[in-house]
Design a protein. Structure first.
Length: 172
């Protein structure tokens, strides 16, 4: 089983990612050293930890695990329009049909649920949304949905078939 630990905290300053990693490692957050991995993602020098940071409208989501690639996304629902200008580029046909079958708040909620899972997946692969996010191959992956405050949507994608989420309170 792959354990994913996650925290919801105020978006910095101080930098939420450094705060969480410093807390986990018992080190001064400012002293942490990062390097770029093969896909360009930041990694901690000499540590097997994988992590992802997302922030929106004053909140931050930090997810951490060992060795498994992961990506996190957090979006404030009210802060964006219900649909992007070109839904064909961002959503698979079945997803577009599901969106079109809904209206109002239900449609907005589904839009952000779909968007955050796609963004989290692309962050985990290191490709970003420029690689296109219509159809995604979830074989060997787990999608986790952390509980976030009302008005937000969040997702964590983990390259492990057996990932489990532990949402932890921020101690400070």
């Amino acid at each position: 089983m792959t354990l994913v630990r996650a925290w919801i905290l105020a978006a910095g300053p101080p930098d939420p990612l450094r705060q969480v990693l410093g807390h986990l490692l018992g080190r001064d957050p400012a002293a942490l050293e990062f390097e770029r991995g093969p896909a360009g993602r930041p990694e901690l020098s000499g540590r097997p930890l994988r992590f992802s940071l997302a922030h929106s409208a004053g909140l931050a989501l930090v997810a951490v695990t060992e060795r498994a690639d992961l990506g996190a996304d957090l979006e404030r629902i009210e802060a964006r329009p219900a649909e992007p200008p070109s839904a064909e580029r961002y959503f698979a046909p079945a997803e577009r049909a599901s969106l079109e079958a809904l209206s109002g708040e239900a449609r907005r909620r589904l839009f952000f649920d779909l968007w955050t899972q796609k963004e989290a997946y692309r962050k985990a692969t290191g490709e970003g949304v420029t690689a296109g996010i219509g159809e995604l191959d979830w074989a060997g992956w787990t999608l986790l949905r952390p509980v976030v405050p009302s008005g937000y949507a969040a997702a964590i994608a983990v390259r492990a078939p057996d990932a489990e989420l532990r949402l932890e309170p921020w101690p400070r």
